[in-house]
Design a protein around this ligand. Sequence first.
Ligand code: ZN
Length: 199
Amino acid sequence: MSDTAEILPIVPAGASVLRQVARRVEAAELPGLAGLLEQMAATMRAAPGVGLAAPQVGLGLALAVIEDRADYQARVPAERLLSMERTPVALHCLVNPVLEPVASAGEIELWEGCLSVPGYMGLVRRWRQVRVEAQDAAGAPVVIEARGWYARILQHEIDHLGGALYLDRLTPRTLCEARLWAASWADRPVDEAKRALGA
Ligand code: ZN
């Protein structure tokens, strides 16, 4: 990735582009979208975030970028990383992704935030394991089998391409201001937070 890619403004919740189904990208369009994918990666890193979907920069295209860097994880206590099943994920993009849950692996409820809903966190129940079929930036087919936090990032970003926000899936009563979350709930059991919040 170039270090000089432009950082794009992130569209906040309330914008209609975040509520529309993103359109499929044709293979012939991909060469012309390389610059956009670089800009999306730069924007994700600047935020910083672990995923960014094209609707979040105002474009209704079925594209997303994902990266969960070891240096981000170094700031998270080891016990929390373990409970999140969170390990580094290299920068990659998703073109026209289609997600299928691996239902036999069950579901898990964890705290989640979104660059389009800055300053907040909430509990979201999601599939623990998923299988995603997509294309890469060159249009080649890719299949991703993911578990834990990476599976959650994939579900969150692919939701964006369907016009959904994590707020739609939030466990009611668990929306938290992010600084309060960091001070009060980040390192406490999820069930304790739910009880305290009446969820
Ligand atoms: Zn998001």
